[in-house]
Design a binder for this molecule. Structure first.
Ligand SMILES: [Mg+2]
Length: 392
């Protein structure tokens, strides 16, 4: 399968959060950073950037360039909390998310276009989710590898969406300045300038042996590979994923138990699928219910054996739901699997081996024909007091 990597980077992250939360800051030059005389700028809003202010600039200089600016010390706790919300959304778009900082990540979206939309619409959907739910703007780059994806997200900032198609790698890179190459900082940049390199295209043509004399073999090899648009590095998710969950907010509140259970099935199928894609099983399952009054409850249960089977997740969710005293209509439902185990333990139950083969086949069909091709959710029309649940 052709590899596709997405790089998402929030625009002027800290400053945008401040502008979002303070009406008086909107459309104003906002500078977040250390306010003391020795402080530096950590983020400048785009309005502030038009005064030539940028990250890492001494605060004194920023004040000189824009005395009328709004200078804020920033609220790191808040940015961290918002970052968590952003990554929550990322994880719904790919089981493989590699964080680079609070506001930046790689998502491996290989094969995703087959189960959902084309890459551009997929990226638009992600940007829309972030905007609608968090009131923030992200720039997205999509390319066959990490280096190009990161480059692409920066090409049309702010609010960018750039796709570098396979085969166009070299023509896009050719005339770009060498500092755009990953790993070229100030020192290496100066060295390359001295050696007469100005563009990435020139490095792409360089002789490895020649360059290695000045920069060493490892770095030289890396730079020439990148300059040719080649980058085999994998997206490496953080090893300690805590949980995998999905939730749905309904356009119209749900009144009937049968509707609720149908939605739990749809959620169970999503969560099960994501657990299987990530190669993990959940030992604890939690349901979340938000009522029309916004009162929110969660109920959890742990399993004897961890699972990533849709119907086990579904049955447990329904059991938990049936124990809840429901007095009003429901506006949101969620299922989360946590207490995840990474490695494949042999199942205690033989039955599970058969199920595993079945799920393998189902996931393969989903990958080829779309996520909704096999769904049990549409089939359930039974009232909730009937005991028999759909069979896998
Ligand atoms: Mg950013």
């Amino acid at each position: 399968m052709e590899r596709w990597i997405m790089h998402v980077d929030m625009d002027a992250f800290f400053a945008s959060v401040e502008q979002r939360d303070h009406e008086a800051y909107q459309k104003q030059p906002v500078i977040v950073g250390g306010l003391s005389n020795r402080g530096v700028v950590s983020t400048a809003s785009y309005e502030a950037r038009s005064f030539g202010i940028h990250s890492a600039m001494p605060m004194v200089e920023a004040r000189r360039r824009c005395p009328q600016g709004i200078f804020v010390a920033g609220n790191h706790g808040l940015y961290k909390a918002v970052s968590k919300q952003i990554f929550h959304i990322f994880q719904e778009f790919s089981p493989l998310v590699e964080p680079l900082s609070l506001d930046e990540a790689f998502l491996d979206i290989t094969g995703m276009e087959k189960i959902t939309l084309n890459q551009r619409d997929y990226a638009k959907l992600l940007k829309k989710r972030i905007k609608d739910e968090l009131g923030l703007i992200a720039s997205v780059g999509i390319a066959p590898n990490k280096f190009l994806a990161k480059l692409a997200s920066d090409l049309d900032k702010p609010d960018g969406l750039v796709i570098i198609e396979r085969g166009l790698e070299q023509s896009i890179l050719r005339d770009m300045p060498i500092r755009r190459l990953w790993g070229v900082g100030k020192k290496t940049g100066e060295k390359l300038q001295e050696l007469g390199f100005r563009t990435i295209g020139q490095i792409a043509q360089a002789s490895l042996d020649e360059l290695a004399k000045y920069l060493g073999k490892t770095l030289s090899y890396q730079l020439i590979e990148l300059a040719n648009g080649r980058d085999e590095r994998k997206v490496e998710p953080e090893r300690d994923i805590q949980s995998i969950g999905n939730e749905i907010t309904f356009e119209q509140d749900l009144l009937q138990a049968a509707q609720v259970e149908k939605q739990f099935l749809a959620l169970a199928e999503k969560v099960g699928w994501r657990l299987r894609l990530s190669g993990v099983k959940a030992r604890t399952l939690t349901i979340k219910i938000r009522f029309a009054s916004f009162q929110t409850i969660t109920r959890s249960q742990s399993l004897i054996e961890p699972t990533n089977f849709d119907e086990v997740i579904y049955q447990m969710a329904v059991n938990l739901y049936r124990q809840v005293k429901v007095k009003e209509s429901i506006r949101l439902l969620g299922i989360t699997g946590s207490n995840l185990s990474l490695h494949e333990e042999e199942s205690l139950f033989q039955e599970d081996q058969k199920k595993k083969a079945l799920y393998h086949m189902m996931d393969d069909l989903k990958a080829r024909f779309g996520e909704n091709i096999i769904t049990k959710a549409n089939l359930i029309q039974k009232p909730h007091n009937e005991k028999d649940l759909p069979k896998g």
